[in-house]
Design a protein around this ligand. Structure first.
Ligand code: ADP
Ligand code: MG
Length: 352
């Protein structure tokens, strides 16, 4: 018996929609029925309001073979990172993270000791970030390891910062530096290939310590909310950088209905990241724009806060927002104006 006969039915490939197109399509016309559901799909976390303080909820999957490779990712680091990527979304709402749930699907190829390692990283992250692990689910998987973390946080109503609050002339600011996690990934992939050819080769990875740490042990920016409080700066919009600077900047523009001028020479890069880009013959701006996994925070502030942010070592002012009609542009070192696209690499290739 043919159970699924689909010869007369035309099917749409998911790749034709893309990730965000798919989410929009599935969530089309969804109405929020409960008055407590203040913000549903479309930001880093959902916002729930139960008469007062706001509760934030965010969830993410990590799938073996898609998001991580156990041939070089130690399980302890993986557990730590799984918590970080979720806390980052709570911090991106300018909120405090307080709880996580952790669900795993695991095949019998993993012994108990492997899961103990994974959980030592999860517990360490919870301890350092002052978050409680309050539940989850455990089930079997036919092949790989799947981890799903949900993070919960809270903030005062006036503190919660959405992607949608940026205004023309606001300054665009980013914490830390960009592109290092992606170059750490490139190094790990290269060493994996070398190892396949010669398993006795012991690579010297010491020049790459910072980049490898950024890839294998990222830290979510819990400190930014506190730093901005001390400076008495209220960000007007905010997002975390999981997919690369250009994609996240475009999210802020789209949700806030504004344009942007982003200055290439202002993008913060670690010296070791620049060196390794040269080694790999990659353009460092391109990597910062489209590399991803930095887990830094990207936000906008009013022009009047310029003096408070300027010169602070935690922050770089990398551009300013414009009226939507003026478009979204990268201003290159050579003072060329290039359209900013979600795939920064292609944008640069096409225009030059
Ligand atoms: P982030 O990169 O910050 O984790 P995502 O790009 O994963 O955010 O998701 C964007 C928005 O879409 C979020 O509000 C998220 O909750 C929502 N979302 C993602 N996948 C689904 C889904 N399958 N069903 C409903 N909402 C989803
Ligand atoms: Mg996010």
């Amino acid at each position: 018996m043919i159970m699924f006969d689909n010869k007369d039915i035309s099917k749409t490939s998911l790749s034709s929609l893309g990730e965000f197109g798919l989410i929009d399509h599935l969530m089309d016309n969804v109405e929020l029925k409960n008055t407590s559901s203040k913000k549903g799909v479309g930001d880093d976390a959902a916002v729930l309001d139960f008469n007062g303080e706001q509760t934030l909820v965010s969830t993410d999957f990590l799938i073996e073979g898609v998001h991580f490779d156990l041939s070089y990712m130690p399980l302890k680091h993986l557990g730590y990172k799984a918590v970080m990527v979720n806390l980052s979304d709570i911090y991106a709402m300018n909120a405090k993270a307080t709880q996580v749930t952790v669900s795993i699907a695991v095949s019998n190829r993993f012994p108990l000791e492997a899961l103990e390692e994974l959980y030592s990283g999860i517990h360490l992250a919870c301890k350092i970030y002052d978050v409680d692990l309050v539940g989850g689910d455990t089930t079997s998987s036919t092949s790989g390891l799947i981890i799903s973390v949900t993070a919960v946080g809270h903030a005062k109503e006036e503190e919660v910062t959405y992607r949608s609050g940026a205004k023309p002339n606001d300054l665009l600011v980013v914490s830390g530096d960009l592109g290092a996690a992606y170059m750490g990934f490139q190094i790990l992939e290269r060493e994996k290939e070398v190892f396949k050819v010669n398993p006795n080769n012991q690579p010297d990875l010491s020049p790459y310590t910072y980049l490898l740490e950024r890839q294998m042990k990222p830290e979510a920016r819990k400190d930014i909310k506190e730093l901005l409080n001390v400076l008495e700066v209220k960000p007007t919009s905010m997002i975390d950088i999981s997919d690369g600077l250009s994609s996240e900047t475009l999210h802020l523009c789209k949700h806030s209905n504004v344009g942007v001028n982003l200055f290439e020479d202002k993008i913060p890069l670690d010296p070791s990241m620049i060196t390794v880009c040269e080694e790999f013959n990659l353009d460092s701006t391109t990597i910062a724009l489209s590399g991803g996994e930095d887990y830094e925070l990207l936000f906008t502030v009013d022009q009047k806060d310029f003096e408070k942010i300027k010169g602070n070592p935690n922050f770089s002012i990398i551009g300013h927002m414009k009226p939507e009609s003026e478009g979204k542009h990268l201003i290159t070192r050579g003072n060329q104006q290039i359209e900013l696209t979600a795939r920064g690499w292609n944008a640069l290739q096409d225009e030059e």
